[in-house]
Write a protein that binds this ligand. Structure first.
Ligand code: THU
Length: 164
């Protein structure tokens, strides 16, 4: 038997003021785009903004539905939009923020499990890591160098190779 360990490093900033200008701008855009979320059920508005490797920016917001499982997270709305508008173009950096009608927005949130799976495959299909900036409307900010780090032991297309 061997003991194994999985670790990853990320950056922690006390506030967005410590970020370099381009990152602060992307996080501010993610903060602002929360207003476009459709979240009449959770009242939790999530905004995502990505800078693509071709220089374009793409936004995503959560879009809920009266049939709750139909709702889509901001991150996956963004990934679908990016792939539809700019097929094959990698995402350089993705910022995620939120606004919560029922509470503060003063600490980072991180992508849900389904979004982690989608982010991992987006990295794989474009061959480039997605750097992620996570922060509320104020407070601490995390920068994670690669989305796939959030999903250790991911199930990937590699596993399906023997079937297709
Ligand atoms: N949500 C996102 O859009 N992204 C996340 O990273 C976490 C959760 C949405 C889903 C739902 O519309 C609302 O936030 C509350 O879960």
């Amino acid at each position: 038997m061997q003991k194994k360990e999985h670790r990853f490093s990320y950056e922690l900033y006390d506030s967005a003021k410590e970020l370099k200008e381009e990152d602060a701008q992307l996080l501010n855009d993610a903060r602002a785009v929360t207003k476009n979320a459709y979240a009449p059920y959770s009242h939790f508005r999530v905004g995502a903004m990505a800078k693509l490797e071709n220089g374009q920016t793409v936004a995503g917001t959560n879009q809920e539905n009266a049939s709750f499982p139909v709702g889509i997270c901001a991150e996956r709305v963004l990934l679908s939009t990016a792939a539809s508008l700019y097929p094959g173009v990698a995402i350089d950096t993705l910022a995620v923020s939120y606004d919560n009608e029922n509470g503060p927005s003063d600490q980072p949130i991180s992508p849900c499990g389904i979004c982690r799976q989608s982010l991992q495959e987006f990295e794989q299909r474009t061959g480039r890591p997605i750097r992620i900036i996570l922060g509320g409307q104020k407070g601490k900010v995390y920068i994670i160098p690669q989305a796939g780090l959030l999903l250790p032991f991911a199930f990937t297309s590699e596993e399906l190779k023997s079937y297709f």
